[in-house]
Design a protein around this ligand. Sequence first.
Ligand code: NAP
Length: 283
Amino acid sequence: MRNVILKDGTAVPQLGQGTWNIGERPEKRKDEIAALRLGIEQGMTLLDTAEMYGEGAAEDLLGEAIEPFKREDLFIVSKVYPWNAGKESIFDSCEASLERIGTDYLDLYLLHWRGSVPLAETVACMEELKKQGKILRWGVSNLDTDEMDELFAVPCGENCMTDQVLYHLGSRGIEFSLLPWLQEHNTAMMAYSPLAQAGTLRSSMLENKALQEIASAHGVSIFQIMLAFTIVNEHIISIPRSSSPKHTLENRQAADIVLSADELAALNAEYPAPRHKVFLDMI
Ligand SMILES: NC(=O)c1ccc[n+]([C@@H]2O[C@H](COP(=O)([O-])OP(=O)(O)OC[C@H]3O[C@@H](n4cnc5c(N)ncnc54)[C@H](OP(=O)(O)O)[C@@H]3O)[C@@H](O)[C@H]2O)c1
């Protein structure tokens, strides 16, 4: 598994595991836990969750999934609701996430999306959580280029480790200005919904001939090609969500797929990156 090096020198695997919609159906719990554990064993040790997911249910399931592993071998990411991201609520929110996951600290804590709490207040709270040892680092999610500028202008704003944004083959808007901005500022990008939610965010992809031909040439599924595409850029961390061991294994294998220049050109022709600024895509 290739690593992405964060600005504090920490190496994280380029492929992690998401947890949205996980932990909400008792009949699926066994498979979801098995999938996460298999992924961890296969090196997908970066685990992304949020207080929002199932209102804590995903954090709770993640806590059970990680029980057999050493805490220091994992990189756990959680997120705070925007309305909890101020001094009145963030400390309780973080504590509740820690309790549900069953850990003393988060490796990374993200502002889930921008709300009405001033960025300067959120950053000050994140820095305080770092001092308290509750989180090791912090970042943001769903912030566009102009908002990253604003963030870096507040005290300690440049300590932001990552911006987690929607990115998949069929949604490449960030390649125009946000991704170059993040690279210039040595801030990692984390791609969410890298499988376009199994194609549901752009269903025409499932029928795309070029994608099908490339998948068939590699003997893999189109989803594995979509995932491999999101990590061609060595600055991007991708966090697919799977709730079955079969999908998890396929996703892990995607990290080993090398797309040739011709294949990348074919994908670019089908799904070109924009040549002008487009608003940040989000769900
Ligand atoms: N910061 C944010 O605002 C934000 C927003 C959205 C997501 N996220 C994070 O990003 C993670 C991933 O995004 P996502 O959950 O929206 O969507 P995703 O990872 O693009 O897609 C998940 C879907 O793909 C299916 N799948 C997984 N592996 C597959 C494979 N190898 N072949 C075929 N289908 C496969 C899953 O089915 P099964 O479940 O049946 O395996 C599920 O239906 C989330 O779980 C969450 O942690 C963050």
